[in-house]
Design a protein around this ligand. Sequence first.
Ligand SMILES: Cc1ncc(COP(=O)(O)O)c(C=O)c1O
Length: 479
Amino acid sequence: MIEALQAFRERGDVVYGPPGHKQGRGADPRVVAVVGEGVFASDVLTLNGLDDRRESQGVTKQAEDLMADAVDADTAFFSTCGSSLSVKTAIMSVAGPGEKLLISRNAHKSVMAGVIVSGIVPVWVHPHFDEDLALAHPPEPEDVRQALAANPDARGMLLITPTDWGTCADIAGVAAVCHEYGVPLIVDEAWGAHLPFHPDLPAWGMDAGADLVVTSVHKMGAAVEQSSVFHLKGDRVDPSVLKQREDLLGTTSSSSLVYLTLDGWRRQMVEQGEQLLGAALAQAARLRAAIDGIDGLSLMGREVVRPGGAFNLDPLVSTMDVRPLGISGYQAGDWLRAGRQVDIASADACRISVRLTHGDDDGTVDRLISALQALVEAAPAMERQAPVDLPTPRSLELETVMRPRDAFFARVEQVPIDQAVGRVAAEMVSPYPPGVPVVTPGEQVNQQVVDYLTSGVKAGMLVPDAADPELTTLRVVAR
Ligand SMILES: Cc1ncc(COP(=O)(O)O)c(C=O)c1O
């Protein structure tokens, strides 16, 4: 695709259609001064731009085929709007309104949104809650087997791996169970676009037997935000169905900037991925050793890789519990940004996480290490906050008493949160990050969840999707 853009420029095409900024000529110079000329100059339509009116050069198709080759998929195609759109498309390619789909309950809110929009009936497969870490590990093959045995009419399964904290599921084990029951496995590998390109990284979905894998290349790869790829293997998911579902939901103005950077990243990984990711892994090992040596930071390591825990761990993600410092992850994240201009990947009540990619080097890692050391020194002077009422195992396993779509579109009431216990939620409540809904429409709210969320918000938890983000009230189905 990069060559197609170069050819477009060399030809000196003048465009009489969108984008209206006309490759930057109409852009406000004050904007260009900040974002750079290249952004606008590369924002060209594919139709009658990078390619001709009938796409006869196959510019996008060629890039997608090269992607499939690179990652051992039968078919790949690009999408914009991130995995948020791709996971919706993926689940709607496997199940329709009123049909059952097994979904790991640690799914991102975009999956829940897909369930609401489509009217799919979710069969939740619950992750394993680790009480010591206050963190959920992905479900295991046996959990999926039980769910499929109890729901033989389910149309497939959606698994999330790696999680926001870098823990990974047993994709091969879950795929084997799904295939025994004759249904496809979809893997939301939004955090795993880098996995195919280094042998020391956890298993990549297409190599582990998954039927359909979705990635966000902007997360762990080097394409711009919203870059997402569908990868298919085998014949359990029909590529033409997937393509049509994508067409139903997606934009008709896909960003060439997204596709160009996606294609360029694929080439970079094919040619130099092992070397670049090898260097990133070495930096990650150095970072992890340094964190291990900092008193007060408890690094999540391979001890979580055990039956009932994680199946594997992405070493490029360092997740550290900051509770020994007497502060919350929110406080740690806020301090690092304000005090050291270091922006971490995620924070919750207990921990923070940071991610390295092939874009990191000695300088960025040294800076992080010294910021973490400074955080530990600064922690004793930080405010001691009321503790968050952390969930206990199973307390997050709310009973689904109504189909999510019916609850979301029902007549609703906004009730004081303490009166929401026992009521049926009509909205998602997703602490961000990781954006996994604690409550999803159709679930019956319990006291522990209310205590966790309200104490969490007091401690700095962000809940952007609730109608009342302060959570003094909750949206429930009207009686
Ligand atoms: C597991 C998971 N799936 C899907 C998404 C949505 O991806 P995107 O931000 O690319 O839309 C996210 C976002 O964080 C995620 O964590």
